[in-house]
Design a protein around this ligand. Structure first.
Ligand SMILES: O=c1ccn([C@@H]2O[C@H](COP(=O)(O)OP(=O)(O)O[C@H]3O[C@H](CO)[C@@H](O)[C@H](O)[C@H]3O)[C@@H](O)[C@H]2O)c(=O)[nH]1
Length: 303
């Protein structure tokens, strides 16, 4: 980092670094809530990196780390072109529900209906992936204004949604039946998890603006209305190239849309990914173009 003269870092951390809430009184989780007591390697690795970065900031007063603790990112870009299409059986709730809605899986297994929540199912703080992306842009601006050091921020909506509530929202968004079968609790799951996102509002001027209906609508659009009705299939067709190009150039030509998707107006992306031919998936290709644009934005912020 020193050799590259890089002193600004955004770290993608996770809500799993917090100690599980024992009762509802422990919620919402603020950045001051206790961390640790992690029960899986993923959570432990996130916490370790947080600690290393915090120590590094003490050792080097030039360093600035914005540590973003994601809650449950879901959904897709509203274009329907960028989204999550896991191979095999999805582990996470939203992609599984989406595959049941499209008919790829017969039903959703609901992992436990005996949690101490209002309907017995686990509750999470789901956040739209576009809100999450915009949280990163807000975090980048902080480097221009704030003092150096290590600072953590929760990125969530502050709202808990149960499994059944999410399934109902998806039924409404898709107009499809989504059969459910209640099974045993999944090992390692906690009853509830949602945050207080106030610090991000105060310091980063950021808050999530998309609700659970928006998340389901955009996920369904990606699953059904886009070119991915039955999962991603590699295809280099010119038709797909032109669809993607038009989405990108729409973003380029529309300032309000651009700020909504967090894109910089500059485009020196070819410096990083010189030739973007569709030898990758359309969604991956469009993702790389967005990353290129973010990269050019980063340059403005000295990252
Ligand atoms: O087929 C399924 C999948 C999930 N669930 C339930 O749905 C809720 C959400 O589960 P899931 O989407 O798997 O998210 P989490 O287990 O909360 O974990 C996610 O959210 C964490 C942040 O909070 C990240 O660290 C993890 O990587 C990410 O998988 C939980 O109550 C699960 O029990 C089901 O009932 N059936």
């Amino acid at each position: 980092m020193e050799r590259a003269n890089c002193t600004n870092i955004i770290f993608s951390s996770s809500a799993t670094v917090y100690q599980p809430a024992k009762t509802i009184d422990d919620l919402p989780l603020s950045e001051e809530s206790p961390t640790g007591g992690t029960t899986n390697p993923y959570a432990r690795s996130k916490l370790h990196v947080e600690e290393i970065l915090a120590d590094a900031c003490v050792a080097n007063s030039n360093l600035s780390v914005v540590n973003l603790r994601y809650f449950n990112p879901v959904g897709a870009h509203e274009s329907g072109l960028i989204g999550e299409d896991p191979r095999g059986i999805p582990n996470n709730l939203m992609p599984y529900v989406s595959q049941v809605a499209i008919g790829r899986r017969p039903h959703l297994n609901v992992f436990g209906n005996d949690y101490p929540t209002h309907d017995g199912t686990g509750m999470r703080d789901y956040i739209h992936v576009v809100d999450l992306a915009k949280g990163h842009l807000a975090a980048m601006k902080r480097f221009d204004t704030a003092s150096r050091g290590f600072e953590s921020y929760n990125l969530g909506t502050g709202q808990g949604t149960s499994v059944f509530e999410l399934v109902n929202a998806f039924r409404e968004a898709s107009g499809r039946p989504i059969p459910t079968v209640t099974v045993e609790r999944r090992a390692g799951d906690v009853a509830w998890l949602w945050c207080a996102p106030d610090k991000a509002l105060k310091d980063l001027d950021w808050k999530a603006t998309r609700n659970i209906s928006d998340m389901c609508r955009d996920m369904w659009r990606f699953q059904f209305r886009s070119m991915n009705p039955s999962g991603y299939v590699a295809d280099n067709s010119e038709e797909q190239e032109s669809t993607i190009s038009s989405v990108i150039s729409d973003d380029d030509s529309d300032e309000s849309k651009r700020s909504d998707s967090g894109l910089s107006s500059d485009d020196d992306s070819n410096a990083i990914f010189p030739k973007l031919k569709l030898t990758m998936s359309p969604a991956k290709s469009i993702f790389h173009r967005y990353i290129n644009k973010l990269t050019s934005s980063k340059k403005h912020h000295g990252l």
